[in-house]
Unconditional design. Structure first.
Length: 86
């Protein structure tokens, strides 16, 4: 008879409590994160640094009035044709 796998107990990645931020504290947190994003940090980097989810960080940035960058980075230049034109 084959052995069955026993699930092992696991702990969350970190034990810090995740609390919802509401009211004035939420707005203050949003204002604190905005300069990080505007300075070039990615949403995922800010989320990791603050212990928040990607979606929660994104919502806080939108609350702060930040216009989010488009996905995918800088556009690639158009390739030149053999005759040197585009």
């Amino acid at each position: 008879m084959p052995r069955r796998h026993r699930p092992q107990p696991h702990s969350p990645p970190d034990n810090t409590p995740k609390r919802s931020v509401t009211g004035a504290a939420r707005k203050a947190e949003a204002e604190r994160l905005a300069p990080l994003y505007l300075g070039g940090a990615k949403i995922r980097e800010i989320a990791a640094a603050t212990g928040r989810s990607y979606g929660g960080t994104r919502l806080l940035l939108l609350l702060a009035g930040v216009q989010l960058r488009q996905r995918g980075g800088e556009p690639r230049p158009e390739p030149k044709l053999e005759d040197g034109t585009r």
